[in-house]
Design a protein around this ligand. Structure first.
Ligand code: NAP
Length: 267
């Protein structure tokens, strides 16, 4: 592998906080993005345990050349409480996946999971505006997606989750923020929707259950996925077998990389 050309005293430093950290793909993607733009910036992975998060963030806050912090599992919710300001999206979701280090040392938390997903869909020629969206999942990623679908003009949103109370709670929060999007919790049947999304972690491991009733998938539905590996999850394979168009999880990360770099001010 080519060594990075140079890191100097001028280089904009960004970090990603995770536990565990070895599996994260953002450093490779972000550093390739910096290189492609000729930006004098670098992203470094930091392995941080939950019990150390507050003291690590306090130390990072004092580093004058730290431009920003990317945040992933399991820190996204805890770190929101350590920020000085939150963007509207981060406040809605209650979780942060990127922080900008302001010149006065303040930390501004942002949230781009949903924006990245919608941008990835758009890049592939798919829009949620005016569409009926079915989403399986009500965890961290799903919350970001739900608010983004409503923000980008989805006409209807049905949220299905194993723990139904979480789907109901998320649906109520989205309804309160975006009354124009008809949002409700629902069962596993995606019939009657235009875009069907898996936002659970089901499909990452062999033998996982399917996230929704795939027998009810049919064209012209679009089946979209948050999981990046495997590239074709059982949900996407079932959708393709039934003649539906599919959209994998990789564009969500690719679209987020540019959004996160810009938010941190690193490019
Ligand atoms: N492509 C990208 O850029 C990107 C970005 C962020 C996340 N992701 C992916 O998104 C996925 C979800 O991440 P997350 O942070 O939202 O995780 P999370 O907060 O832990 O939520 C997990 C979700 O999956 C459901 N689930 C887990 N195991 C299940 C099972 N055995 N049966 C039924 N439902 C189950 C959970 O349901 P309950 O509420 O009932 O537990 C919940 O809805 C992960 O695969 C992650 O890699 C991708």
């Amino acid at each position: 592998m080519q060594p990075r050309a140079s890191i100097s005293g001028h280089t904009a430093i960004t970090v990603i906080l995770a536990h565990p950290v070895a599996h994260v793909r953002t450093p490779q993607a972000m550093n390739a993005h910096f290189d492609s733009l000729g930006a004098d910036a670098v992203l470094v992975p930091l392995h941080v345990l939950p019990e150390d998060l507050a003291s690590v963030v306090e130390g990072l806050r004092r580093m004058r050349n730290l431009r920003g912090i990317v945040v992933t599992v399991p820190h996204k919710e805890a770190i929101a409480r350590l920020c000085d300001d939150l963007t509207e999206e981060a406040r809605q979701v209650g979780a942060v996946n990127v922080i900008r280090h302001e010149t006065d040392g303040r930390l501004t938390g942002g949230q781009f999971d949903g924006e990245g997903f919608v941008a990835g869909l758009r890049g592939a020629g798919h829009d949620v505006a005016g569409r009926a969206v079915f989403m399986a999942g009500a965890g961290g990623a799903a919350a970001g997606l739900a608010f983004a679908f409503a923000r980008h003009g989805a006409a209807r949103l049905t949220i299905h989750n194993r723990t139904a109370s979480k789907a109901e709670d998320l649906a109520a929060r989205v309804r309160a923020a975006y009354p124009g999007c008809e949002t409700r919790a629902g069962g596993a049947d995606p019939a009657g929707h235009d875009v069907v999304v898996n936002a659970t972690s089901l499909g990452m491991h062999a033998g996982d259950a399917l996230p929704l009733d795939v027998a009810r998938l049919a064209p012209p539905m679009l089946a979209a996925e948050v999981i990046m590996a495997p590239e074709v999850t059982p949900f996407l394979a079932e959708a393709a077998r039934r003649g539906c168009a599919t959209h994998g999880g990789k564009p969500m990360l690719a679209a987020q990389i540019a959004l996160l770099a810009r938010f941190m001010g690193a490019v």
